[in-house]
Design a protein around this ligand. Structure first.
Ligand SMILES: *[C@@H]1O[C@H](CO)[C@@H](O)[C@H](O)[C@H]1NC(C)=O
Ligand SMILES: *[C@@H]1O[C@H](CO)[C@@H](O)[C@H](O)[C@H]1NC(C)=O
Length: 252
């Protein structure tokens, strides 16, 4: 009994070795792609893939199969000649893609709220022209509104430029640039509206580092001035004493 088990394990191991060297994977990938809510731009695609190589595909826009290598071309011609198969594929745009999409559209709507930050492009200074950028990352769907607010009121006009990027992984990012002269005490914020957010997100530009830098400079200057005053006073007193010392000599 024991020997048999061992033998079986060994045989299994041997098969495992053989099959791990040569693995064949055939994939039949079905895709329904659309962007419009009313499903009017629905596209039905079937991909026949062997060992990661696309051999043959059906595309509802072409209404037929197309082959990509010798065997794939042969297969495509065979499928295209089968009237019942072509009718079935045509119907599946409705019965498979649109029917499921209608069923899923309300339950699977993916929403990812944006991650928002506001930063200057380089070290900011009060009283100087600065570019602030409002970054919104990793959101889905694409629709987003970005507004700049100065002390709570909307900024408009050509001071703003935006760039938009499709990350290609079902997420987007956008960056809005605002050129302005910064003034102490004027709050600058970026308001973002997105369907993934319960209410508009307002992110204020954090000026504390700039304020503390200015404060440090002010403290530094004060210490320098105090030092200067102390030094001058000391020198003056020293000079006075010396002077009096000299001038008082003949009197004694
Ligand atoms: C999906 O939601 C929309 C809008 O809320 C609604 O009009 C439609 O009937 C819903 N569809 C289904 C299949 O529930
Ligand atoms: C963006 O603003 C427009 C106009 O106010 C509005 O209709 C739309 O719903 C907003 N979009 C988002 C994603 O909030």
């Amino acid at each position: 009994m024991r020997t048999l088990t061992l033998a079986l394990v060994l045989v299994g191991f041997a098969f495992g070795c053989v099959s791990s060297e040569d693995v064949y994977v055939f994939q039949n990938i079905v895709e329904c792609e659309y962007s419009k809510e009313d499903l009017s731009d629905m596209v039905y695609i079937i991909k026949l893939v062997f060992n990661q190589k696309l051999m043959c595909s059906y595309d509802s826009r072409l209404g037929k199969y197309v082959g990509y290598d010798e065997y794939g071309i042969k297969n495509a011609a065979h499928y295209n000649s089968q009237g019942w198969k072509m009718k079935q594929r045509k119907d599946e745009l409705e019965t498979l893609c649109r029917a499921n999409a209608r069923f899923y559209v309300n339950s699977t709507t993916r929403k990812m709220p944006p991650i928002v930050t506001v930063r200057p492009t380089e070290k900011a200074h009060y009283g100087q022209l600065t570019t602030l950028v409002c970054h919104a990352y990793a959101f889905y769907p694409q629709a987003i509104n970005m507004t700049w607010l100065l002390d709570g009121s909307e900024v408009t006009g050509d001071v703003i430029s935006t760039e938009f990027m499709d990350n290609g992984d079902w997420s987007y990012q956008t960056h809005s640039h605002l050129d302005l002269v910064l003034h102490r005490g004027v709050s600058v914020s970026c308001r973002v509206e997105h369907s993934g957010l319960e209410k508009p997100l307002v992110v204020q530009w954090d000026s504390t580092s700039l304020d503390s830098r200015t404060a440090k400079l002010a403290v530094g200057c004060s210490f320098f001035l105090i030092g200067l005053i102390v030094a001058f006073s000391a020198a003056y007193i020293y000079y006075k004493r010396k002077h009096r010392g000299f001038s008082s000599l003949p009197l004694n």
